[in-house]
Ligand binder design. Sequence first.
Ligand code: PMP
Length: 406
Amino acid sequence: MYDVNEVRKDFPILSREVHGKPLVYLDNGASAQKPQAVIDAVTRVYSDEYANVHRGLHYLSNLTTEHYEAVRGIVARFLNAAEEDEIVFTSGTTEAINLVAYGWAAPRMGEGDEIVLSVAEHHANIVPWHFLRERQGVKLVWVDTEPDGSLDPEKVIAAITPRTRLVAVTHVSNVLGTVVDVKRITEGAHAAGVPVLVDGSQGAVHAPVDMQEIGCDFYPITGHKLYGPSGSGAIYIRRERMEEMRPFMGGGDMIREVTKEGVLYADPPMKFEAGTPGIVQTIGLGVALDYLMDLGMDNVAAHEAMIVSYARERFKELNWLNIQGDAPGKAAIFSMTIEGGGHAHDISTILDQKGIAVRAGHHCAHPLMEHLGLTATARASFGLYNTTEEVDKLVEGLELAHRLLG
Ligand code: PMP
């Protein structure tokens, strides 16, 4: 484990105040703050070495290309992918899942083919599949979460039929923090010959992840939740799937040759990276992942597990507080409602006045909200730099909200 007070010094924003109170940042599930190393890297690239990548035969272009391309290896190491060519850079998870939907799924799915999803998916792992339903008659098959917020892997596997072409499930729910047994789901799906996409947006943030151990086919991550710049991200794509995939966007950088008659594409992964990419964002992502690997993702997981058990103990004192889906082993994400009153937006406004940042709303997960019978929750999502003192401040803020609203 690390000394959290030392780690906090790496994140300059954590020492600012909001409404005259020290910032308590508990909206990491939406986006995490950045360590100085990432901020410095972004500034250094712009002030010292910036040029476009892959094109120039000049010094700065070569230097930027070298730093940008090195991130592929860093992402591969972070995810323990077998090869760095299984990593495609994207602007985040949303683009990555759309790449899979357009590049891999759309050409191989027709009327009546099925995609198995859980109700706990983020809209980014739902709407691209609805496009296939609307345009190609693909059927979406939904698996519910259990009353404790967990997702039973056997129910996901049991939903597979001879028409299933893909299973798409989240690794960790961005609303409930539930950790899904994606290794078991992948084993079961692969036994039926069905590829698996695991949405790693939250999963890769809270604990070490290993592509070779999980064995899935697609695993997108998003940089801004991994303490890196917004507009950065990547997706792991198993080599066999990448070979089956068509490019999604066309343009420069993804071609070997273009003539009036046709196109010869670049080899994967470049084939899937059209246009000038998020150069500086991606270099920043590399620095963020190096930061995480230096800290140790198992240390991050241990720290957050400690926060979860401390928060659970403190929340027990608040018998009017409902925690949605508090499954064992969950990640440090708590979705809350106050019994007898208090809209999530009002709770978050009261907390905000105390300098505490939480998210209120449906968290881009309408089907899950419908399943839970709710329209909104207040969500406190903890990161690697949060402390037990901040849990105490949250509890004080919730007590105030209960007095005012309950
Ligand atoms: N999936 C999950 C589980 C998420 O939490 C999020 C971000 N809230 C996304 C997908 C979408 O990520 P992005 O907006 O960075 O593309």
